[in-house]
Write a protein that binds this ligand. Sequence first.
Ligand code: CP3
Length: 353
Amino acid sequence: MSLAPTPVPPTSPADSDLVRAARGLPVSRTPVWFMRQAGRSLPEYRSLRAGTAMLDACQDPDMVTEITLQPVRRHGVDAAILFSDIVLPLVVAGMDVEIKPGIGPVIGKPVRTVADVEALPALEPEALGFLQTAVRQLVAELGATPLIGFAGAPFTLATYLIEGGPSKEHARTKAFMYAEPEAWSRLLDKLAVSAAIFLRAQVDAGAVAVQLFDSWAGVLSAADYAERVLPHSRAVFDGLGERDVPRIHFGVGTGELLPLIGDAGADVVGVDWRIPLDEATRRVGPHRSLQGNLDPAVLLADRATVDREVRRVVEQGRAARGHIFNLGHGVLPDTDPDVLTHVAELVHELTTR
Ligand code: CP3
């Protein structure tokens, strides 16, 4: 009779493969989840969301709970990510923000002057009761599966506030950063305080890891990022105080910023598809784990291509201290959900120890 050891499945979220990989500890298999795993790729999401505005759904604890659980049930991923949005703290603070379908967040009164920065309303922690209710419900439902909490990083939120909505070049944002350095720093300070409040609320209610989304940081030079942005992102992580949860720090197009993104206080650096994970490991250094980095567009290709690319990412991820398999950015709405389920299974099959 064979007495080969069988991998022991994780029994608690805080000791899950996701948390262990984030800390560089041994895992039973490479954990996998997908950014935007909840959302329009899932028919059950589209039917539940029908008739409810995005930001209303985000403030309804039962909807948040159900939408967060949908991809976990369907795909067997190793983590849930709270269904919410990076602009939610602004909404809860009382700002006029709307999420327009197919466009993204639109701000009623963009921030364009020093006075606009001073007038930004503060986020009161007491206003996040609905979020903590959702997190507690989720933790009760999820069992050993960890829940990831998240927030938008100060820079990425500032792009929406200053541009008034999504933009490609973020030219107004950069112009404000150069022309009004004091107001810029004050704005990012305020956004860091609110992001830290948002994260603490999630962790204190039971989230066991956090991800800071600085999706658009890749538009900056390393020098500007280091001087004008990184200290504010570091302030968000510092705002977690003694809370012992791994921190994931993600941006798109950040190849040149990878060492700095790690320096802001991350246990895990999220990498997009532009830089292979073995090269990312060289840039980030040996003391942090990596998350990524399958190109979400690959999921629209044929199955043989999907499998080849998944294998490549898994192999290149072996160079890292720890690897959390993910996409290089969010799931595209046209993605066939069965392909996501297949990718989760394949990653598990390739990496079971
Ligand atoms: O990842 C998850 O499954 C958790 C939920 C999540 C959402 N937004 C739900 C959402 C997370 C982590 C976010 C973060 C977010 N929101 C980011 C950072 C991540 C990234 O993609 O870079 C950004 C930049 C936003 C701002 C935002 N909100 C955009 C650009 C959009 C898309 C607009 C569109 O319709 O294409 C949103 C809306 C949004 N946030 C949707 C979802 C599921 C789609 C809304 C819908 O279903 O109608």
